[in-house]
Design a binder for this molecule. Sequence first.
Ligand SMILES: C[S@@+](CC[C@H](N)C(=O)[O-])C[C@H]1O[C@@H](n2cnc3c(N)ncnc32)[C@H](O)[C@@H]1O
Length: 346
Amino acid sequence: MDISDKLEWGPLATFVPNKKLPVYNWLYFKEGFSRELVFNLLDKFKPSRVLDPFCGSGTTLLACKEKGVPSVGTDQLPIARLASRVKTGDWDPEKLREVLAGLTKVKFRRIPYQGPFKRFFQKNVLEDVLLFKEEISKVAPPERDFLLLALTSTAMRISWAWKDGNVLKVKKHPVPPFRKFFMRRAKRMIKEAVAFQGTGKTEVAESLKSVGGKTVDAVITSPPYLNQIDYSRVYSIEDWLIDESSEGQQYLGPESEGKYFHDMGSVLKELFRVCKSGAWVGIVVGNAYFPQEDRIVESDLKLAELGEKADFKAKEILVLNKRHALQRRTIKRGELRESLIILKKE
Ligand SMILES: C[S@@+](CC[C@H](N)C(=O)[O-])C[C@H]1O[C@@H](n2cnc3c(N)ncnc32)[C@H](O)[C@@H]1O
């Protein structure tokens, strides 16, 4: 199998380019990749239906919608599923404006809160966020989901939460007025929803198991990286704001190396099941470094191998980014790759 550099695609393996894009930026999702990466893979694979089993903030689904390609996604994280559904939804702007206007009339009253998320917000702001959350819960779906995403992304923008790798820290700073910020954001989202051009039918499925056999001819995805993020922890404030919790569920990534590759092996077998013959699979993944043991794990090679075990043909590995494996944040101990693995069901 061929390993070659494709470093010009490196910036596309990050969420940064999406930050300026309407709809794509409705939720800041640091671990996401960019629309252009999906566009490039759609050009390469020319699929008629795409799957993203780790759809996160919905980049793959939204890019497919924009290009008129049907797609299906799954994700274990509640806020990821909500964001993917809302971003790819077909919205009636009149209805959205009507429910939003209802919220402008909400009189302020105190919603006391003494729980664990208190430390991430200024007290008055949090009470108002919770009041809006209560009012939004009275709105019927799907408009409720739209407003919940607007509320969650606004609340995170003005919170004191600071995501430092796998840890949620508190960084206090002056905060803008919540209601004004929320209304502005919700109105902007409505405008962008109206302007968004895309005809691909999208679906957010319950789980990978619920996706039918031989129903897709491309998979475009990025799984959690080994030893990086515990999604249920890093997105616990967002999940709390949408009234869902995924604590206790099995997330890939933070667990042991053995379990990670065992689980990814099962995912690859599932992908083989849902792929039609001739289907292409593109997986973006980063290698891991365990500083205590001073050991690098080449996840890209390992996943390509597991792909072959699942009966795919490993075609190539394109290296998108290279960085140093650092011990105690400064001592260089080798090179870590972030790669795009290309598999094919022949
Ligand atoms: C690297 S992110 C994907 C980001 C996505 N490409 C985007 O642009 O937003 C990996 C995703 O895998 C999800 N995940 C972690 N463990 C999972 C599991 N066991 N089953 C399904 N999804 C899982 C996380 O919630 C996260 O959204």
